[in-house]
Design a binder for this molecule. Structure first.
Ligand SMILES: [Zn+2]
Length: 373
């Protein structure tokens, strides 16, 4: 993966169907002012089950950082009391998470049976769509199966671009984290835009004539299915863990890149569990095998997440700059500028580790920008 540029996009998403209910659960936002308050939040995470929405885990919490977490209805009063006792100001971003989950479907969950780009689609619809779009645009889109998931679902990858022996390619992955539904929705939208504008829009035509974009619309398919059917807030895949009743590994912490070091967890019950070994998961192995087999042509790896509006580039496991930091930053800056030019959306960019943990807050302070949740 050496020569592959890893870029992580985070898109603003609506939160959160399934049998699991979140009635009365609230999402809190706090901003620890000093190390004592940071330690308090980390302590709180040990005594109360906090579901971190930003950053990914208690480990990543730092001073002057906006920290968003969900608290179960039965713990809300307890958490509020403790926060007040520690003089920590807080905002409540979601008064009732279940209400937010239901709003997502605009009351049309059971009405919208047809596939549509404008609504969230379940895995069966997405899977059927991958076959349909390849059949409809045979000169531009082809479908490859790169492996199977733990629960044996086929992992489909779309190759988008003029179907010739093109040398350069970009790998685009969506849905590593099951609950981040906006991410697979984006991958599908991208393929729609590419096929719709090819031959009409000059830039898109030139791009797709000169490179291929491999689109993995859902990386963590089993988790995605689980988030639809059982637990809307599920994040990891659905593999079993030996010696633990807890299910799942965090796929984007399972890669062979300083595996198991910073910002990942060895506890199978943690939402950021890195797995029993690097590339232990069938889903991760399918992706890395494909990447290694195509390393000659692949020039970038893009991973789409929610939530926040951030464009992140390496490294995530260290605060040290990447050797090509300047180049990465230049590309990120121009991407952010291009994004703003359309709908005035403001993304903040920087290296993963320092942007998520520290710089983000400084940038926000100096510009008065708000990261939308
Ligand atoms: Zn994510």
């Amino acid at each position: 993966m050496k020569s592959v540029v890893l870029v992580v996009f985070l898109a603003a998403a609506h939160a959160v169907a399934g049998t699991w209910r979140f009635n009365g659960d609230k999402v809190f936002q706090v901003r620890p002012e000093n190390e004592n308050q940071v330690d308090f939040i980390k302590h709180l995470a040990r005594i109360v089950k906090l579901d971190f929405w930003h950053p990914d885990s208690a480990q990543q919490v730092g001073t002057q950082m906006k920290v968003d977490f969900r608290v179960g209805a039965d713990q809300v009063t307890f958490v509020q009391t403790l926060l007040e006792h520690h003089d920590m100001q807080y905002k409540i971003l979601f008064q009732d998470v279940q209400e937010g989950i239901e709003k997502q479907f605009d009351g049309e969950k059971h009405v919208t049976k047809r596939y549509t780009y404008k609504k969230y689609n379940n895995w069966n619809k997405i899977s059927a769509w991958t076959a349909r779009i390849a059949k409809r645009f045979p000169k531009l889109v082809s479908r490859i199966q790169i492996g199977s998931t733990f629960e044996n679902r086929p992992m489909y990858l779309l190759k988008v671009g003029k179907q010739t022996n093109i040398k350069k390619a970009i790998f685009m992955e969506c849905g590593a984290h099951a609950r981040e539904w906006i991410s697979p929705a984006f991958c599908q939208w991208f393929v729609k835009e590419a096929t719709k504008t090819y031959g009409k829009d000059k830039t898109m035509t030139k791009l797709l004539d000169s490179l291929s974009v491999y689109v993995l619309p859902v990386f963590n398919i089993d988790g995605y299915v689980w988030s639809w059917e059982e637990d809307r807030l599920w994040r990891k895949n659905r593999s079993n863990n030996s010696n633990s009743e807890c299910i799942g590994t965090d796929l984007n912490r399972n890669f062979d890149a300083k595996w198991g070091t910073k910002f990942s967890d060895n506890d199978p019950c943690s939402p950021t569990y890195c797995g029993p070994a690097k590339e232990s998961e069938k889903e991760t192995k399918a992706v890395t095998t494909f990447i290694r087999d195509n390393l000659q042509s692949l020039k970038a790896f893009l991973s789409f997440h929610a939530y926040s509006q951030l464009l992140l580039y390496p490294y995530g496991y260290t605060f040290d700059p990447a050797p090509n930091q300047k180049k990465l930053d230049k590309i990120a800056q121009s991407a952010v500028k291009a994004l703003t030019s359309l709908y005035n959306t403001t993304y903040v960019c920087g290296p993963i580790a320092s942007t998520v943990c520290t710089i983000l807050v400084l940038v926000l302070h100096s510009t008065g920008l708000m990261i939308r949740a």
